[in-house]
Unconditional design. Structure first.
Lengths: 164, 334
């Protein structure tokens, strides 16, 4: 049985393995931000209410504030840092810029991760599916209309890329 | 969040042994960790402080399988709400359950939350969720919602606590006569969902009759007539990511224009999902009509009474039930 105190866990984030020592109470969002210095994932409510900390675990969007780091060994984690290739933003990130899909930006990485998970699973979503994919991501600036527009434009851009 | 130890047992019996004598995990003790979506919020809010969490997600004896067979539909306790919502068989044969799962929470939470944990989640009452308030449900003397902010609270006064049970799938499963398979130190038992849930009382200040050293293994929906149809309707303060103000689950089968069998459950009206037997008695054997549905809706709320701020739930529950029955029988909604 595990004792109190620190224990080793290897997190697989954006394709790289990160062996770290954590307390069992370390949430994934804290491990990402503090142990891995991947601060693109934001922590706001830490209660699964706001969606700012959304990451993709084994292909599914999840709240990293309600996952324990020790519980994530062997699971494929994708964060906002894993979407761009060098300086080239992903089509979805480009669409957020082009559509003015954010204002203060604090919810943005979570919004993008939710839509990224949707587009990976359903490359041709309906407007309703796009809106539904971000129901768990709160934007207090109220950029919702342009967030959904960004999702639509990203889906179209990805479809065009596939045709070309 | 307070420090705790994390255990990954190799068998379910080992996990159950860790629960034995460990109390309910309120202060100290041991708690099981599956999806964690309710457990970690309770711990973050310092409502509970277990000494140890036991990971049960990787045990061979527990699974997320959704399987149809001679005994009906068996759903492994680890099935997520997203898996229930997306399962093609559930969508085609039990759309009521897919709807209820899909109307719960958010995509992220549905991807994480297991059905077992969904049934065991604690109420959303703001007094209960505030660690500074020592309410009756947490071992105190008073239910502060009774004389306080009770706009989201119960219509049926069946417990010292007037918080409502927050699960959507539980309401649909109650209407489907589902059963819960529990495993404890001395083996397995299967009980009806109606007896799994019970309004909290002195000596058992929680919403279920599950023993502290029992684990939900599966939920089973017994086979039913292929012509039975079900619907789940949920009234919310906003279109998504809200707990039910009131919800209605109804399952019904028509035979030559008459209601041959019917099952009605309500959510958001009591500390446990509410089986509306009085409504069923009005409906069964009768010919469907708007008048019948109005009488059934009145019967469903027999014994209900409003607190100071939740009176709106009475007409809301009745209207939802009338709409559900009209939908299932192809009658116009008046």
């Amino acid at each position: 049985m595990a004792a109190n105190g620190f224990q080793p866990v290897t997190l697989t984030v954006n394709g790289s393995d990160y062996p770290i020592m954590v307390e069992p109470r370390r949430t994934l969002v804290d491990a990402l931000r503090h142990d891995l210095a991947l601060t693109g994932t934001k922590k706001v409510c830490a209660m699964g209410d706001c969606g700012a900390c959304t990451v993709i675990v084994d292909g599914r969007a999840m709240y990293s504030c309600l996952l324990l780091a020790v519980d994530c060994a062997g699971r494929a984690i994708t964060t906002i840092e894993g979407l761009a290739h060098g300086n080239n933003l992903s089509p979805l990130q480009e669409a957020f810029v082009a559509s003015d899909g954010f204002q203060c930006g604090f919810c943005t990485s979570g919004q993008i991760m939710s839509l990224h998970a949707l587009l990976q699973a359903h490359p041709h979503p309906s407007d309703e599916e796009i809106a539904r994919a971000v129901t768990g991501n709160i934007c207090r600036c109220g950029a919702y209309a342009n967030i959904v527009k960004a999702g639509r434009e990203a889906a179209e851009a990805m479809a065009r890329q596939q045709e070309a | 969040m307070r420090a705790f130890a994390y255990a990954s047992p190799r068998s379910l019996d080992e996990a159950i042994a860790l629960l034995d004598g460990a109390g309910d995990g309120h202060a100290g003790g041991t708690r099981l960790l599956a999806g964690g979506t309710d457990l970690l919020t309770l711990m973050q809010a310092d409502l509970i402080a277990p000494e140890r969490l036991v990971d049960i997600k990787r045990l061979a004896e527990l699974d997320d399988r959704i399987e149809d067979g001679a005994e009906g539909l068996t759903i492994g306790a680890l099935a997520t709400l997203a898996e229930l919502e997306e399962d093609p068989f559930v969508q085609s044969r039990y759309p009521i359950l897919a709807e209820a799962a899909g109307l719960a929470a958010t995509p992220q939470l549905r991807n994480m939350a297991t059905l077992g944990g969904n049934l065991l989640q604690r109420p959303r009452c703001w007094y209960f969720r505030d660690s500074r308030v020592h309410c009756w449900l947490k071992g105190g003397d008073l239910c502060y919602a009774r004389g306080g902010e009770n706009q989201h609270h119960a219509l049926f006064d069946v417990s010292p606590c007037v918080a409502v049970h927050p699960s959507d799938p539980a309401v649909a499963l109650l209407a489907l006569d589902a059963r819960v398979r529990l495993r404890g130190p001395s083996g397995e038992r299967e009980i009806s969902l109606g007896s799994f849930f019970a309004p909290p009382e002195d000596g058992r200040r929680k919403e279920t009759t599950q023993a502290d050293n029992e684990v939900i293994v599966a939920v089973r929906i017994p086979p039913r007539h292929a012509d039975a149809r079900g619907v789940y309707l949920k009234a919310m303060e906003r279109k998504a990511w809200a707990f039910a103000l009131v919800s209605v689950a109804a399952v019904l089968r028509l035979e030559a224009g008459r209601i041959a069998e019917v099952s009605v459950a309500l959510g958001g009206v009591a500390p446990a999902p509410w089986h509306a037997r009085d409504a069923e008695q009005v409906l069964v054997g009768a010919e469907s009509s708007a008048d019948l549905f109005a009488r059934a809706a009145d019967a469903a709320l027999t014994g209900a009474g409003a607190l100071a701020k939740n009176g709106y739930k009475l007409p809301l529950a009745k209207a939802l039930l009338r709409r559900a029955l009209a939908d299932l029988t192809g009658q116009p909604v008046d």
